[in-house]
Design a protein around this ligand. Structure first.
Ligand code: ADP
Ligand code: MG
Length: 626
């Protein structure tokens, strides 16, 4: 059972980081301005209420009549109505901003994750990355929107109250303000402690849930091994941890609230005492005293709010760092500057010449952006490659493939077959040497162009939730229904699809769960074909499917590979017998190379593989035949 690494709590706020994160909010000025203004006005209104009270008290004290109270009542009424309106505005604005920011951050992260090359994912556990990021994005957007509002309102409120008090009576003001430093210190300290303890509780809780799961799932093992007592004592240990953390959290709240209330009343008490003396000596009115008492009690709320946000910002700093560092990661495999320039000039020229059709169809790219209309050859020239510096996977690998040829790669697992096709696809780039398309290093061509040429079918086909039709169309979004049916026919998928309850409109469920592996493979084959790629790659595409579907796929391959370059990796040698070249790959090198007949005649590794498999299949057939 692995739990996510402990979140660090940053005692220092990294202002530069938060300034960069805040740019996401600045993109929504249309909401941010009204939000700031409503926070400002709201704080002024909050600060004005004691003034209204002051006026009312003074009217009464100076022996005024009912008529004199009417403007005061009107002020009160006006303030209350504006308050309600502002609360409505800020909830809408902050909610909107938070929603937009979450969307923006997620979109940017998603975009970057898609741009990043495969080697990035080799280093990162993807599941963890994705779940982490979603939580991080939500957290940041909440802090940016609501935290911004609270900090704005809180600081304006404190300023407005301070200003008003200073104007009313500066000496009395200074006495009340003397309670601010302890109030701030206590709030910051306790908010931070409470956040940390809450986090600890969540962590213990997760551990307890996990151990419940384990305890129930592994109950048989536990019983057979006589581990009940041990497990129980472990569980009790966890419960104790949880209990003490919860008690601590409750204790912190129990101390914090009365403490700040005490400081608040201390302020009010000071105001009452010193202000009372002033009222008696006639320096201030009774109304001013009442206003001061009320201000002294009002400081707690904004300061508590700001302290809470500061704690949250410190707690979310790790999330911010993760998101920003992902966004700052530059893809290693990307179009070179020269290629980008070529594409730019090409596009602007196109835009002038034929503004209506700026996007060329896939496969018909003009040679100007680094692509050719046809791929006549692919060449590995002295390619050396390693995933990490430690171990070389390919050493000075050389190979030339011509249009119309099918290359089969066989050999022991871990030999480097998948690596070779990943290099062809430019999922990785050679460390040394070049891979040339029509004689030109593919790094001088655009990635878009290359990717438009590739049709890839992997061992475990990934299908999306949707209909058969939608899944095939994923390969080329503008394919017509007719074209999709043709592609399915060509790869021999049509018949089984027609037998599904709704034919091409059958929903196939998450990951294609309702289909067999072979059927899923047929669909992913059709999906690869619909883009009409010039290069086909099948990496163990027939490895985990039944022999019947395999025959269908083999039959489809014959038709589909015509006029293209294809790479086939397969265990069953029957699949590759008709290949133009068969390479036996072992330890990153070509051990044997030739056609099926040539290799059999050599009586080498291929011959052994073939004979062994033939014998096994023969035995299996003999067994089946009884
Ligand atoms: P094959 O497809 O012939 O089974 P691979 O090309 O997958 O072989 O692997 C060749 C070698 O490269 C193996 O030693 C394997 O461990 C290593 N390898 C493959 N993929 C990675 C990766 N993503 N990161 C690090 N090493 C890898
Ligand atoms: Mg492989």
């Amino acid at each position: 059972m692995t739990s996510p690494p402990e979140e660090e709590f940053h005692s220092k706020i990294d202002f530069d980081l938060w300034r960069r994160i805040f740019r996401f909010a600045l993109n929504h000025k249309r909401l941010l301005y009204p939000l700031s203004i409503s926070a400002l006005v709201l704080s002024l209104i909050d600060a004005a209420f004691p003034i209204a009270t002051m006026m009312a008290v003074d009217v009464v004290q100076t022996g005024g009549v009912t008529k004199d109270l009417i403007p005061v009542a009107a002020l009160f009424f006006g303030l209350s109505i504006s308050l309600a309106a502002l609360v409505y505005i800020f909830i809408r604005c902050a909610g909107g901003i938070s929603h937009h920011i979450a969307f923006d951050i997620k979109r940017d992260c998603f975009k970057r994750l898609q741009e990043l090359e495969f080697s990035f994912y080799d280093k990162q556990p993807t599941g963890w990355l994705i779940s982490r990021l979603t939580a991080d994005c939500d957290r940041l957007s909440r802090i940016l929107a609501w935290g911004f509002l609270d900090v704005m309102w809180g600081s304006f409120f404190v300023l407005a109250m301070t200003g008003t008090m200073l104007v009313l009576n500066w000496k009395l003001a200074l006495i009340v303000l003397a309670t601010l430093p302890p109030l701030i210190a206590v709030s910051v300290y306790f908010q931070r402690k409470m956040l940390l303890t809450s986090r600890l509780i969540r962590k213990h809780n997760a551990r307890i849930t996990a151990s419940y799961n384990e305890g129930i799932a592994g109950v048989k093992t536990t019983k057979t091994l006589g581990r009940e007592t041990k497990n129980l004592s472990e569980f009790e240990g966890m419960s104790t941890d949880m209990y003490s953390a919860s008690v601590r959290r409750a204790l912190l709240s129990a101390i914090y609230l009365p403490l700040v209330m005490l400081i608040g009343s201390l302020g009010s008490g000071l105001a009452l005492w010193y202000g009372g003396l002033n009222v008696l000596s006639g320096t201030i009115s009774l109304g001013v005293l009442v206003a001061f008492i009320s201000y002294a009690g009002n400081f707690f709320h904004p300061i508590n709010q700001i302290a809470q946000i500061l704690a949250e910002i410190q707690g979310a700093q790790a999330a911010g760092e993760r998101v920003m560092s992902l966004l700052a990661t530059q893809p290693k495999i990307k179009d070179s500057k020269e290629v980008l320039e070529k594409i730019a000039t090409h596009q602007s020229r196109n835009a002038v010449l034929q503004p209506a059709s700026r996007n060329p169809e896939p496969g018909t790219h003009d040679p100007v952006d680094g692509g050719d209309a046809h791929i006549d050859s692919i060449q590995f020239a002295d390619v050396t490659f390693s995933y990490n510096e430690k171990e070389q996977v390919l050493k000075r690998f050389n190979l030339t493939v011509k249009r119309g040829q099918t290359i089969a790669l066989v050999g022991p697992s871990g030999g480097g077959k998948s690596t070779i096709v990943s290099l062809v696809s430019r999922f990785y780039e050679p460390v040394k040497g070049e891979i040339r398309y029509n004689g030109i290093d593919y790094r001088q061509r655009s990635l878009d162009w290359l990717q438009a040429q590739l049709g890839i079918v992997l061992q475990t086909p990934h299908l999306f939730n949707g209909t058969v039709m939608e899944n095939i169309r994923y390969g080329r979004l503008d394919a017509t229904d007719e074209e999709i049916r043709e592609a399915a026919q060509l790869v021999n998928a049509h018949d089984f699809v027609m037998n599904l309850e709704n034919g091409y409109n059958t929903k196939i469920g998450e990951g294609g769960a309702r289909l067999s592996t072979g059927e899923r493979q047929l669909i992913s084959f059709a999906r690869a074909l619909i883009a009409d790629p010039q290069i086909f790659i099948m990496d163990e595409a027939t490895s985990s499917i039944d022999t019947e579907t395999e025959k269908l796929i083999q039959d489809g391959m014959q038709r589909v590979f015509d006029g293209r370059i294809s790479f086939v990796i397969a265990h069953r040698l029957s699949t590759i017998r008709s290949a133009d070249q068969i390479l036996v790959i072992s330890k990153g090198e070509i051990e044997e190379q030739g056609t099926h007949t040539e290799l059999l005649a050599q009586r080498g590794h291929y011959y052994d593989l073939y004979v062994n498999q033939f014998r096994r299949e023969g035995e299996a057939q003999a067994l089946e035949a009884g």
